[in-house]
Design a protein around this ligand. Structure first.
Ligand code: ZN
Length: 339
């Protein structure tokens, strides 16, 4: 009864990239790397199917990082001269490329992996793209001189790729917007408008993933400063509820997000995070069913999808696979309990 899906990323096999590392360097190059990305995409699909996940994705196997994987295919960006920038309101420093001219797509971004994934699964296929606000917070601007203008320019490129992915047979396009939990005022001023620009004209399901980040130290330390109750969602959910986006993915299990904030998403499908990505402990089906039960006080059952809190990329493969299996079992248990 409750469909299951993942936020997006899965760990990469050790023969493709260094394990347990974010932004891990590739272990191959040229044609061998292209083949290996395709092979890893197949494995990602298979491991989700084996675990019993309903809406599967490519596990982001063909990109090094969820933002820069897109940017690498954009003209007007200087990757050779990266600069250090404090991102997510200076939560951590990253070496980021610079925008040095008008941005334009060099061609398709994710066609290869989308087609491989589509050819090898009959399940619903979800594809993730970075959201425009998060892109504009992960790159240095030396051209536009205006954050909103730059974000809108990226939104147009995202839209171009999203429409092409839809043609490739993708059922759900999800935009990842962790920046929505950081710049809440700007989200309502222009962030949602940029997101809607990125999703314009899509007939497939559209989604936005808003999280508190991967389970890495900078994020764990930041979460410790957010206090007893994390109420960031409270500022953006009412505006998202009025938006054209169909689904919203949020953190729930082991977070300090008050579950009643889900009530602010009336009319939307809610992807409830029932898997903690900052801990190697495998959730029990019982715990997952309980999290779903709590969410059901605020989300109608026909609109609830069980999901992970965020991507699983930095985890060990066996941990990620065990968590996927638990997710499917927990959702099935909740389905029996709350039918
Ligand atoms: Zn996330």
């Amino acid at each position: 009864m409750f469909e299951t899906t993942i936020a997006g990323s899965l760990p990469k096999p050790a023969w493709l990239a260094e394990p347990n590392t974010l932004w891990a360097p590739w272990r191959l190059e040229g044609a061998a790397l292209q083949d290996a990305k395709g092979d890893a995409t197949l494995l990602a699909i298979k491991s989700q199917e084996d675990a019993g996940i309903d809406i599967v994705g490519d596990g982001e196997q063909a990109r090094q990082h969820f933002v820069h994987g897109f940017l690498e295919r954009v003209e007007g960006i200087d990757f050779a001269h990266k600069v250090e920038m404090g991102i997510r309101a200076d939560r951590y420093k990253a070496m980021v490329p610079q925008v040095i001219g008008p941005v334009r797509l060099k061609g398709r971004v994710h066609q290869t992996e989308a087609r491989i994934a589509r050819a090898h699964t009959k399940r619903k296929l979800k594809f993730t793209l970075p959201g425009p606000m998060t892109i504009s917070d992960t790159i240095a601007d030396r051209h536009y001189g205006d954050k909103v203008k730059m974000a809108m320019a990226f939104a147009e490129l995202l839209n171009e790729e999203a429409l092409a992915l839809e043609k490739d047979g993708v059922d759900t396009i999800q935009f990842d917007e962790p920046a929505f939990n950081v710049f809440m005022g700007e989200v309502t001023e222009w962030g949602i408008a940029a997101l809607e620009r990125a999703a314009r004209g899509l007939k497939c399901t559209t989604a936005v993933h808003i999280c508190y980040g991967y389970g890495i130290k900078a994020n764990v330390d930041w979460k410790a400063t957010l206090g007893e109750e994390w109420r960031q969602y409270e500022q953006v959910f009412p505006a998202l509820a009025k938006s054209a986006i169909d689904q919203v993915s949020l953190e729930c299990f082991h977070s300090h997000v008050p579950p009643e904030l889900m009530r602010l998403l009336a009319g939307k499908e809610v992807m409830v995070g029932v898997i903690d990505v900052a801990s190697d402990t495998i959730e029990t089906p019982e715990e997952i069913a309980e999290t779903i039960g709590r969410a059901l006080q605020f989300v109608p059952k026909e609109r609830l999808i069980a999901c992970t809190n965020c991507g699983l990329a930095p985890m060990r493969r066996e941990v990620a696979e065990a968590k996927l299996a638990a997710l499917a079992k927990g959702a099935a248990l909740a389905g029996e309990r709350y039918r």
